[in-house]
Design a protein around this ligand. Structure first.
Ligand code: E4P
Length: 214
């Protein structure tokens, strides 16, 4: 499974990149707004850190305007993936963007049939937000499993991008469910390799070694 960080914070993106584990980045308008920087130059800065795909979301909600924004976004860097919401206008824009040769990540997916629709139109990625479903008492991982089954049934090449991951167990379960990509906040990313027994074990090894060095 590829690991993306879900942030527009360049320090966090650099840190994930330096670990050798960063396959790409997802941003959204809320994450970009938090950084207080100019949108396109921030996306450019991020694209300079990783050569992996960097999702940048359009802000318009009407097809023509979405396509115009998408055209501007892909000028920023060759690794920009345009992100469009799964609404009627977004699906119309997807068709045009795909015809223009763009990679598009369809976002805000909350049910399997939405994922089938965007795959049929040619999305490069579909992002089910599983944490937000868990937040309202639904089973987000079931959505990921259902999408995997649909995509495998019909041989769709659309990448299943498990999004809104809240903790390392979400990452593990998404991997077991066959997600192609998991995107997570940096706070989740940095917990992936940590276990208290690893730290306790190392402490004991070093203490035992020290005893023999007198
Ligand atoms: C993915 O592309 C989204 O930006 C993200 O995963 C949303 O996560 P949230 O539910 O934590 O805001």
């Amino acid at each position: 499974m590829k690991f993306f960080v879900d942030t527009a914070n360049v320090d966090q993106i650099k840190a994930a990149h330096d670990m050798g584990l960063l396959d790409g980045v997802t941003t959204n308008p809320s994450l970009v707004a938090k950084e207080g920087k100019e949108f396109k130059s921030l996306i450019g800065e991020i694209c300079g850190i990783t050569s992996g795909p960097v999702s940048a979301e359009v802000l318009s909600t009407e097809c023509g305007a979405m396509v115009e924004e998408a055209k501007e976004l892909i000028k920023i860097a060759p690794n920009v993936t345009v992100k469009l919401p799964i609404i009627t206008e977004g699906i119309k824009a997807l068709k045009i963007c795909v015809a223009e040769g763009m990679d598009v990540n369809m976002t805000l997916c909350f049910q399997p049939i939405q994922a089938l629709i965007v795959a049929k139109v040619g999305a490069a990625c579909c992002s089910p937000f599983l944490g937000r479903l868990d937040d309202i008492g639904e089973d987000g991982m079931e959505l990921v499993r259902d999408i995997r089954e649909i995509y495998d049934n019909y041989g769709f090449t659309t990448q299943l991008l498990a999004a809104s991951l809240r903790h390392p167990n979400h990452v593990l379960e998404a991997a077991l469910a066959g997600a192609d990509i998991g995107t997570m906040p940096y706070s989740v990313f940095e917990k992936l390799w940590k276990h208290p027994l690893t730290d306790i074990g190392l402490k004991r090894f070093l203490a035992d070694w020290k005893k023999t060095q007198k």
